[in-house]
Write a new protein. Structure first.
Length: 159
């Protein structure tokens, strides 16, 4: 049988992703030139804040779960670490660089799209590690992130 790791560790990472997403969207909303883009970023900041609370609650409820049968604890831990550290908001100051250039709305929107795609991938893996009783919460957040990506794409096309 595989070793154990705490399921709430991945929920804790999700909380941090949402926290950084909130900060990103608040910053780019302040810098947005058009009212429509500012409103979109403010909406997305609110969504990230809502998801942060959802994942904090999930973190508080979760305990230990089995690792996937195909993996060792070290191997899977490295994979999860790679997902987190390669996330666009965690990549060596990249988010901060883009935030400083956010006066260019196209750059800010494209950065937001990358953030949403990275988040969807992370949440899809998270769903696989989450107990069945909690999968619907993660699935709902995945669907909302997909909606965010669609809205950002629509906004970019309108510019």
């Amino acid at each position: 049988m595989a070793s154990f790791f705490h399921a709430n560790e991945i929920a804790k990472a999700a909380v941090e992703i949402e926290r950084k997403g909130y900060a990103f969207y608040r910053k780019v909303a302040e810098l947005a030139k058009s009212e429509e883009t500012r409103q979109l970023f403010e909406y997305l900041a609110g969504e990230e804040h809502k998801h942060e609370a959802i994942f904090q609650s999930l973190y508080d409820r979760l305990g230990k779960i089995d690792l996937p049968a195909w993996s060792t604890q070290e191997e899977y831990g490295e994979y999860l670490d790679a997902l987190i550290t390669s996330h666009s908001l965690f990549t060596g100051g990249l988010a901060e660089k883009y935030m400083s250039q956010a006066a260019d709305e196209d750059t800010a929107i494209r950065m937001a799209m990358a953030f949403e795609k990275d988040t969807i991938l992370f949440f899809m893996e998270m769903r696989e590690l989450t107990p069945d009783s909690e999968k619907s919460v993660v699935k709902q957040c995945i669907e909302e992130e997909r909606l965010h990506l669609r809205r950002l794409t629509e906004r970019l096309k309108k510019k």
